[in-house]
Design a protein around this ligand. Structure first.
Ligand code: SAM
Length: 411
């Protein structure tokens, strides 16, 4: 045991210990490192070299929740197993970027890249050197700069800081809002506690609005004891830095994500130390669009089965009731790739509201959308006088139809 802590977190050089441990794990399989997930879809493993399959230090399989055509970043990609599975899943129109700060791991992941790309039939996967809490800074480029101009004075160090700032701003390793899905398998726990906020902010930054994070990581049911927090082996072994379960979800909420959801949670603990249970959990969270709330006369009906639910913006949806929402909320709740799609029915106005003439919508309260607001006062016999196309061609978006229409004089 070394690197004593105060109990608030480690004071030793955790990052160096993590690099040492995973460099060794890249050279020699270490069975005790992480609680490897065993239920990968074996179709995607067929073309992978045995070494990549064996040097798996993950605890879940976030690749399950990624689709064709998507642009994906894998945080802490290790030997590259998840990246190579994703490369096959996203296809030639998608792309996969693995990020890791460990030279030995990167060398292992890159060693088999050309062979695997040839077997897949297209080239859509790359591995970059970076710290996952600073996804703008390309460490391969920084390393090159340091090789060309070693830092030997404070002035040179200031110049290097300026160079890093310029790299982040002008040539970010991962650009703002450029990614459909950020995945990670058993890595976030390895980031120092005081850098975890920056880590979640970076995940949010690189995702496009509506994009999502799918993160498998180790969680614990209560705060680890000082003995656990003081042990560098338990830090690099994905134990001491584990998130307390509910705090893991709160991290996403605080960073601005919505629709945060537990996709998988190991029933039996992977390890129990000092009575604290550690297990794997996979969480998905979506990046909210940053748009004003505009009035487009839409309504959302919550299907149930709960009597009432509240979204991350505080909209309370009562089962079966037409709730007035702004256009941004409407599109978020009915997004076919979003988390709420199967829980709600979207009701569009019969006459679409032109975006240029839409007013602001007050999202502060909860209001019922009167049917006449969506149908229009002139609505009779299943049609309004100037009926036109009503929103996206989508079977579960409910619109008044001729069959629903009241008889003459009924309304
Ligand atoms: C537990 S292993 C998981 C590897 C891989 N995701 C897998 O499923 O096999 C952790 C990996 O994350 C990398 N890593 C840890 N902290 C990191 C950080 N702050 N930035 C970049 N990579 C990091 C390590 O080098 C190592 O390759």
């Amino acid at each position: 045991m070394s690197s004593p802590t105060t109990g608030a977190g480690p004071t030793g050089d955790i990052e160096r210990e993590v690099i040492r441990r995973y460099a060794a794990g890249a050279e020699q399989v270490e069975a005790a490192l992480c609680c490897a997930a065993s239920d990968y879809d074996t179709r995607y493993l067929e073309i992978l070299p045995e070494e990549i399959i064996a040097k798996d230090y993950g605890c879940g399989d976030p690749s399950k929740w990624v689709s064709e055509g998507e642009h994906v970043v894998d945080l802490g990609s290790g030997a590259g197993k998840v990246c190579y599975i994703l490369a096959q899943k996203v296809g030639s129109q998608g792309s996969v970027t693995g990020v890791d700060f460990n030279d030995t791991m990167l060398a292992l992941a890159r060693k088999h890249r050309d062979t695997i790309v040839e077997r897949i039939g297209y080239d859509n996967v790359r591995f970059v050197k970076g710290r996952i809490q600073d996804l703008a800074l390309d460490l391969d480029r920084l390393q090159q700069k340091l090789a060309d101009e070693p830092v030997a004075s404070v002035d040179a160090w200031h110049a290097l800081e300026e160079h890093c700032r310029a790299l982040r701003t002008n040539e970010p390793m991962i650009a703002d809002s450029s990614i459909d899905a950020v995945v990670s398998n058993c890595v976030l726990n390895l980031v120092r506690p005081e850098q975890k906020e920056a880590l979640f902010a970076e995940i949010f930054r690189v995702l496009r609005p509506g994009g999502r994070a799918v993160i498998s990581d180790v969680v614990c049911d209560e705060t680890p004891t000082d003995r656990i927090l003081n042990d560098p082996e338990l830090w690099s072994g994905c134990i001491a830095g584990a998130f307390v379960e509910h705090e893991f979800l709160q991290r996403f909420e605080r960073a601005g994500f919505y629709g945060v959801e537990i996709l998988e949670r190991q029933a039996e603990p992977w390890q129990v130390i000092d009575g604290v249970e550690f297990r794997s959990m996979t969480v998905r969270a979506y990046k909210a669009p940053d748009e004003p709330c505009m009035e487009h006369k839409q309504a959302i009906v919550y299907r149930g089965p709960w009597s009432r639910v509240t979204d991350d913006d505080g909209h309370a949806l009562v089962r079966g009731r037409r709730t007035a929402v702004c256009d941004r909320t409407y599109r978020t709740l009915t997004d076919p790739r979003g988390p709420y799609r199967d829980s709600v029915i979207g009701i569009e106005p019969l006459e679409p509201v032109d975006a240029s003439s839409a007013g602001l919508f007050d999202c502060s309260g909860v209001r019922t959308r009167e049917p006449r607001e969506t149908k229009g006062d002139a609505y009779r016999n299943g049609a309004s006088p100037t009926r036109s196309a009503v929103g996206p061609d989508d079977a579960s978006v409910e619109r008044p139809s001729a069959d629903d229409a009241c008889g003459p004089g009924c309304c």
